[in-house]
Design a protein around this ligand. Structure first.
Ligand code: HEM
Length: 179
């Protein structure tokens, strides 16, 4: 997985919990890469799992909650770093419908090792949208956080229901309702 996902995670841990916590989780997790991530490098996604598990132990916050918080903060960062022109989408639903074609497809082209998730839309309405997240990584909670971050970006209030469709969480259903 791209290094940017790791560098942003560690920056967020720094700013939310303090640098001592970042150092403590790197010490605890003992990741194979050594933990000196660069934005353009590639690292096993298992390292992200190790870091989040270490953080959950260190700060005594459930893993699910940490992944969602991370996803939420990550959204605005990805948009800023990649200079995404957000004015072309006028709502969170509008953005989500294009994320696959406009963003993740570019990510695949730019970095040959990147494997961002796939989204399928089962229902597309003005107030309600049903989509499925598919990824071998099973990071539905991060996707949940990213969708929250996207809604926050547009100043929208979205109620999100998330259901794993299999045990490993590689397929997850999201029901989104605009308030
Ligand atoms: C609501 C919007 C978005 C959602 C729900 C979403 C979802 C995700 C998730 C869950 C991952 C983790 C990997 C996985 O689960 O397979 C991921 C990876 C990634 N996403 Fe997105 N994303 C969104 C927007 C963006 C934006 C705005 C950018 C950049 C402009 C972006 C770029 C990336 C990159 C670079 C990766 C790493 C892929 C890799 O290294 O294999 N995403 N995305």
């Amino acid at each position: 997985m791209k290094g940017i996902i790791f560098t942003e995670f560690l920056d967020l841990v720094d700013s939310t919990f303090g640098i001592e916590v970042t150092e403590a989780i790197l010490e605890r997790a003992q990741v194979a890469s050594g933990g000196a991530y660069t934005q353009v490098g590639d690292y096993g996604h298992g390292e992200m799992v190790q870091l989040v598990v270490a953080l959950a132990e260190e700060v005594k916050v459930p893993i699910e909650q940490l992944l969602m918080l991370y996803g939420k903060a990550l959204f605005a960062r990805l948009v800023a770093i990649h200079k995404v022109d957000m004015s072309q989408y006028n709502s969170a639903f509008g953005f989500l419908l294009r994320v696959e074609d406009d963003i993740h497809r570019q990510v695949r082209k730019l970095y040959d090792k990147a494997t961002p998730p796939t989204f399928l839309f089962d229902e597309i309405g003005e107030q309600r949208m049903v989509l499925r997240y598919m990824s071998h990584r099973g990071f539905g909670a991060v996707a949940h956080g990213l969708i929250l971050g996207c809604a926050a970006y547009y100043g929208e209030d979205l109620v999100i229901e998330r259901t794993a469709l299999n045990e490993s969480g590689t397929e997850v259903r999201f029901v989104l309702e605009r308030q």
